[in-house]
Ligand binder design. Structure first.
Ligand SMILES: Nc1nc2c(c(=O)[nH]1)N[C@H]1C(S)=C(S)[C@@H](COP(=O)(O)OP(=O)(O)OC[C@H]3O[C@@H](n4cnc5c(=O)[nH]c(N)nc54)[C@H](O)[C@@H]3O)O[C@H]1N2
Ligand SMILES: Nc1nc2c(c(=O)[nH]1)N[C@H]1C(S)=C(S)[C@@H](COP(=O)(O)OP(=O)(O)OC[C@H]3O[C@@H](n4cnc5c(=O)[nH]c(N)nc54)[C@H](O)[C@@H]3O)O[C@H]1N2
Ligand SMILES: [Mo]
Length: 670
């Protein structure tokens, strides 16, 4: 069987290198590839399930047009004719900004730029700012360390203490677990900070389950103890940290007993974490995205990084802040949030809609109001907060185009659906955000049916509309030279990438080993003027209650909606394989919350608040912090969209989405 080296382009830490085997034009096997030191075990179940996904009978293979509640097949000529005419008409009658271009995280790759090129040539559009994923953590890291990078994934083996803070790699970054296991086998210790007991905490020596959204208070109390017990690495701090004395003086309020009350923890737990950080070197904090999905999350992330700064755990093997490693992102501006705050009206492009407030901002736009939307690589009717409002906003439009592989909820809201490629059907170069490699994802099969990659869709549409896209969006036969040109500028080549994953030029195995921090002071900044100037926040990390909290909400239970093993957000869950494993959306509750409501295992439930509701099946679990309930995000509307209950709210910095500032109640369905 012919086999090819490729890479999984999903929005996932692991970004695995895979060897795929094809027979008669079909994908038959997905094998591991040891040359990627971060992912030698190969694909997770989702990666293996490409064998089903790529050839799924549910894939959209032709352009479709809405007819009542159904869709009918039309030709490409008809589809492009209708879209072209509509776009030209809207531009003439309402201006190009009456169209929203919404692109999200469905796939990685350099060719994503095609969309922007098309909309530029069209004369502009309205686009979004911020994103749903990680920006408050990115911005907190940039403010503190100057750059988002971390040690190589395999370096975690050298840590003597690992704190998994708001991350559940056993589900979301499975390839990180072997490195954690190696560290434990060598005598290292593992602490997990998470309101849920997860698969990642199974081997932890200590599980700390704070009240959600209070991690900053925990971190500041640990810092308080480290300062009080003279456990600060003063030599490191003198040389590399700016704002330490101001930070230290601000910690008085965060006594362990006060923090214990805020976080719902015992003083002993806080003391033990401080003891471990004081007495164990090197220490790595592996921070996930869980605690940065709150309105106070940027400040929270700054408070947690401070623990590493004051203990000298940066720039050394086994030590550091393992959040986002953007070392391979050499084709993009240095830091994605560095251009914030967005300019509301940048010439033809109007950047006026926040990803977190998508529905409300779409409805509120004036001069001109939005009339149409083009969606690709995203499923906003499921994945953006307050998805009920997002649905309303899409329904209020005259015309919606969605480029999709499957009939998702967003695709169902379209007037025209255009079929999207799978990852095997077009060459591209992809980067990662955990391991450092740059990878080639070659075209290894022809698209089924009439599927065209986005580049070809835009080119064909451009021809229908007489737009000049020459030299802007490469034709299929020009893709390799397009990629090569951009690689060469960075000192790489396609031939090198064909051999296997490549490290970026200037790559640091141990991030910040040169102790150069790209901050205004050139040091690690505990005190950041930018935090105030750009975001209106305190210059020092601080703790404030999240906007929606147990005191401010009339609903009693905090809904956590983390990511889960067998799906990437709204992808993969529709496959037969995944349906067999997880046929229904489950809501996990602590028995102490279930019992007073008369809820038993497997009961059907309605989860609700003033924003919306969804149904789920009860799972009772003593591992969850009482007062919290949990359901994975990503299920489609027919099964239960958790985001109907979440609020369209931004995080304190970075324009992220505060999904977990969300209180609900639960009742039995009769
Ligand atoms: N299998 C799989 N892997 C994925 C993805 C996927 O959908 N499926 N998605 C990818 C993407 S885009 C992302 S963003 C990452 C995210 O992956 P992770 O960084 O692991 O993030 P989450 O799953 O959002 O949350 C992680 C943990 O944070 C906890 N948490 C929630 N609130 C708090 C809090 O207030 N404090 C603390 N300490 N913990 C809290 C949750 O209970 C959860 O266990 O995963 C990537 N990998
Ligand atoms: N409640 C709650 N909601 C969340 C989160 C949470 O923790 N809680 N997490 C948030 C996070 S971290 C993220 S990253 C977002 C993710 O949300 P989105 O960025 O919307 O990503 P997906 O749900 O993966 O949907 C992407 C769509 O792209 C399609 N697609 C895949 N490949 C291609 C392609 O090549 N071309 C085109 N045109 N389409 C393609 C897929 O079929 C899929 O329907 O969800 C967010 N939503
Ligand atoms: Mo994400």
């Amino acid at each position: 069987m012919p086999s090819f080296l490729t890479a999984c382009p999903r929005n996932c830490y692991s970004t695995c290198t895979l060897r795929v085997e094809l027979e008669d034009g079909r994908l038959r096997r997905v094998e591991p590839y040891q040359g990627n030191r971060a992912t030698p075990e190969g694909a997770c179940l989702k990666g293996l399930s490409y064998v089903e996904r790529v050839h799924s009978p549910d894939r959209i293979l032709h352009p479709l047009r809405r007819k009542g509640d159904k869709f009918e097949r039309i030709t490409w000529d008809e589809a492009l004719g209708v879209i072209g005419e509509k776009l030209l008409h809207l531009r003439a009658s309402h201006g190009p900004k009456s169209i929203l271009y919404y692109a999200a995280s469905g796939t990685k790759g350099m060719l994503k730029a095609a969309g922007s090129e098309f909309w530029k040539a069209y004369g502009g559009c309205t686009s979004i700012y911020g994103d749903l994923c990680w920006p408050s953590g990115l911005e907190a890291t940039r403010l503190t360390l100057g750059e988002n990078k971390h040690n190589a994934p395999w370096d975690l083996e050298n840590a003597r203490l690992i704190v998994l803070w708001g991350k559940n790699p056993a589900e979301t970054n499975v390839h990180q677990m072997p490195f954690i296991e190696s560290a434990l086998s060598a005598g290292g210790k593992l602490v997990v900070v998470d309101p849920r007991r997860t698969e990642s905490s199974e081997r932890a020596g200590m599980l700390i389950q704070p009240r959600p959204g209070t991690d900053a208070a925990l971190a500041l109390a640990v810092a308080h103890l480290l300062v009080r017990e003279n456990a600060v690495d003063t030599e490191f701090v003198d040389k590399h940290v700016s704002g330490f004395s101001e930070f230290a003086s601000s910690l008085g309020a965060f006594t362990p007993s006060r923090a214990a009350k805020i976080c719902g923890l015992s003083v002993g737990q806080i003391e033990k974490l401080a003891d471990l950080l004081a007495g164990t070197r090197p220490a790595s904090i592996v921070a996930g995205f869980g605690m940065q999905r709150y309105t106070n999350s940027g400040q929270t992330m700054r408070a947690i990084i401070a623990l590493l700064a004051i203990t000298g755990n940066i720039g050394k093997p086994g030590a550091g802040w393992v959040y986002a490693n953007l070392q391979s992102h050499i084709f993009e501006p240095k830091d994605p949030v560095a251009s914030f705050p967005p300019k509301v009206d940048e010439g033809p492009q109007r950047v006026s809609i926040s990803a977190a407030r998508l529905g409300a901002d779409m409805l509120a736009q004036k001069n001109p109001p939005l009339r149409a939307a083009w969606v690709e690589r995203g499923n906003p009717l499921n994945q953006n907060p307050e998805s009920g409002t997002v649905k309303d906003a899409f329904e209020a439009l005259d015309f919606v185009v969605v480029v999709e592989q499957f009939l998702t909820d967003t695709a169902r809201a379209a007037d025209i659906i255009l079929p999207a490629k799978s990852f095997l059907e077009q060459s591209d170069v992809i980067t990662a955000y955990w391991h450092p490699y740059i990878q080639l994802k070659p075209k290894v099969m022809e698209s089924p049916g009439e599927v065209m990659p986005e580049t070809e869709i835009y080119r064909a549409l451009g021809r229908h509309m007489d737009l000049d896209l020459e030299g802007k969006i490469p034709a299929e036969e020009e893709i390799e030279s397009y990629l090569e040109e951009r690689l060469v500028l960075q000192g790489l080549s396609l031939d090198e990438l064909r051999v296997g994953p490549q490290l970026p030029p200037g790559y640091q195995e141990i991030a910040f080993e040169d102790y150069r921090f790209d901050t205004p002071s050139g040091k690690i900044e505990l005190l950041s003027q930018e935090a105030r100037e750009r975001w209106g926040l305190s210059e020092l990390p601080d703790f404030t209650e999240a906007q929606e909290s147990s005191t401010s909400s009339k609903f009693p239970l905090q809904l956590l909606t983390p990511n889960t093993k067998n799906r990437i957000h709204s992808q993969f869950g529709d496959l037969k394989l995944m349906r067999a494993l997880e046929p229904e959306l489950l809501l996990t509750l602590h028995p102490a919350d279930a019992e007073p409501r008369g809820i038993a295992e497997d009961d059907r439930l309605r989860v609700f608040n003033d924003r919306g509701d969804f149904e789920a099946k009860a799972r009772l679990n003593f591992g969850l912090r009482p007062g919290c309930v949990s359901a994975p995000n990503g299920w489609w509307r027919n099964a239960g969209t958790v985001n109907d209950s979440s609020a369209g709210r931004e995080t304190d910095m970075g324009h992220g989405a505060a999904f977990h500032d969300n209180f609900v109640d639960v009742e039995l369905l009769s």
